[in-house]
Design a protein around this ligand. Structure first.
Ligand code: UDP
Length: 466
């Protein structure tokens, strides 16, 4: 029966910006190994991304194992110079979709001599659902943030309906009581795009993308997430009722080590050795992810606060270090600090010397902090970061929001003392320790995430064509 034939060619469609690529590649590595071990070794994976991102990820056009890269047009006009606006490449890329992906899919099929039988994609690429349905193959989008921000996406119509036309006048501190499980979440914790109505969304790239995702994700064969069920069980249960299938298959940083060939840890800046010279739980690790940067006066205030509180720090810093900031961060008075352009964050957060993580609350950072058992001091910027921050502070009780939302010296000194010295910090550490244990249990054999992963392997290899 051709309808139950195993699927032999799986296409993986990437959104090549921010920190979206590495979890997807991570999934492909694990999936290709899992499929080979459990089902068949001749399944082929085609990884579709821009040439720039493919060159950074793959050392050759051949790829590795049974995973081969194919380039997708990035939509950037020939000869056009970068304006410095970080959103411009994203807009150009999105404008070239879905045509660029369709073309690359055909190339992959021709090159591999096999029709594609399944599409795995970044959930941002909502239109892959339409491509999958045109081809009558399963669609498996991977949501790159947390379960709660996914639910907000699915409930955005309801949220807007509830807030009605009064948005301008609504107190942003109002909580979202009308959504089950959202008592602790405030309107101000949502990303702005949620509040934009469908008519107005056409003018905002992300608002439009989020609307379309909200409409399309419920049609997916299964929605995948880098999380584990017990991280947010009530929300995970709700998602199971709203989606055809919802599979928690993370945390990816813990499942990585289960892959037969774990990636080597690159520590060009000697962060881990430096940490080993410090006492247990004495160091603050500072990083605001791959895109966000606090305002210059906040950076200076943070440096001054660390100095005043006498907390050694490891700071993953991107941007220009000049004048005042250079003096603040690199002068001799701050010898107890180390500033690096990039740190092996997953390993850093697992190091016993790290006692707190000053973070923007990106989803990967939150999960990695949980996997390492390190409490967080949160300075969120945009997107899902405020929602994650509220969860960290008000639901999981594993960290604090910086006083007043912006970093000030006085506020940060207080926050550092709360986490490093006070009993409150000890309690946060205990609570995050419990989550850490649950995360580890989830990825072990018989754990929820490993069961969901096995279900995924079955789908990508055996699902009858839809
Ligand atoms: N990261 C890292 N080293 C650094 C800074 C960041 O390895 O010096 C990684 C971090 O481990 C995480 C990702 O970059 O996996 C950042 O993702 P997140 O979702 O936290 O934030 P985003 O970059 O999307 O804002």
């Amino acid at each position: 029966n051709p309808n139950t034939e195993p699927i032999r060619h799986i296409a993986v469609l990437a959104f090549p910006f921010g920190s979206h690529i590495s979890p997807l590649l991570n999934l492909v590595r694990r999936l290709s190994a899992g499929v080979a071990i459990n089902v068949a070794s001749d399944v082929k994976f085609s990884f579709l991304s821009t040439s720039q991102s493919n060159e950074a990820l793959f050392s050759s056009k051949e790829g590795f194992g049974n995973v081969r890269p194919y380039d997708v047009n990035d939509g950037w006009p020939e000869g056009r110079k970068l304006s410095g606006d970080i959103m411009e490449p994203v807009e150009m890329f999105m404008r070239a979709t879905p045509g660029n992906f369709k073309k690359a899919l055909e190339e992959a099929e021709e090159d591999r001599g096999l029709k594609i039988g399944c599409l795995v994609s970044d959930a941002f690429l909502w239109f892959t659902g339409e491509i999958a349905s045109e081809r009558s193959v399963p669609w498996l989008p991977l949501w790159m943030a947390g379960p709660r921000s996914l639910l907000v996406q699915l409930e955005s119509e309801k949220i807007r309906r509830h807030l009605g036309n009064d948005q301008g006048r609504i107190c942003k501190d109002k909580t979202l009581d009308f959504l089950p499980g959202f008592k602790a979440i405030r309107i101000s914790d949502l990303h702005e795009e949620v509040l934009i109505t469908s008519q107005d969304s056409e003018s905002s790239l992300f608002a439009n993308m989020f609307h379309k995702m909200g409409q399309n994700l419920p049609k997916a064969t299964a929605v995948l997430i880098n999380s584990f069920h017990k991280m947010d069980p009530e929300i995970s249960n709700q998602l199971k009722t709203k989606l055809r299938k919802f599979l928690n298959i993370g945390p990816f940083t813990l499942t990585m080590k289960l892959s037969p060939k774990p990636m080597p840890v690159l520590d060009e800046n000697g962060c881990l050795d430096w940490l080993s010279e410090h006492e247990t739980m004495s160091v603050a690790y500072v990083s605001f992810g791959s895109v966000a940067t606090p305002l210059p006066h906040e950076i200076a205030a943070l440096a001054e606060a660390l100095e005043e509180a006498k907390i050694p720090f490891l700071w993953s810093f991107r941007g220009k270090l000049e004048g005042f900031l250079e003096e603040k961060l690199c002068n001799s008075r701050l010898k107890f600090g180390k500033v690096v352009p990039w740190a092996p964050q997953v390993e850093v957060l697992k190091h016993s010397s790290v006692g707190a993580f000053v973070t923007h609350c990106g989803w990967n950072s939150v999960l990695e902090s949980v996997a390492g058992g390190v409490p967080l001091i949160c300075r969120p910027f945009w997107g899902d970061q405020r929602l994650n921050m509220r969860m960290v502070e008000a639901v999981w009780g594993i960290g604090v929001e910086v006083e007043g939302g912006l970093i000030t010296k006085e506020g940060m000194v207080k926050d550092l003392r709360r986490v490093f010295l006070d009993n409150e910090g000890k309690e946060m550490r205990e609570r995050i320790g419990v989550l850490k244990k649950l995360a580890h249990e989830a990825v072990e054999g018989g754990g929820n995430s490993s069961k969901d992963f096995n279900a995924l392997v079955k789908i990508v290899t055996k699902t009858p064509r839809v």
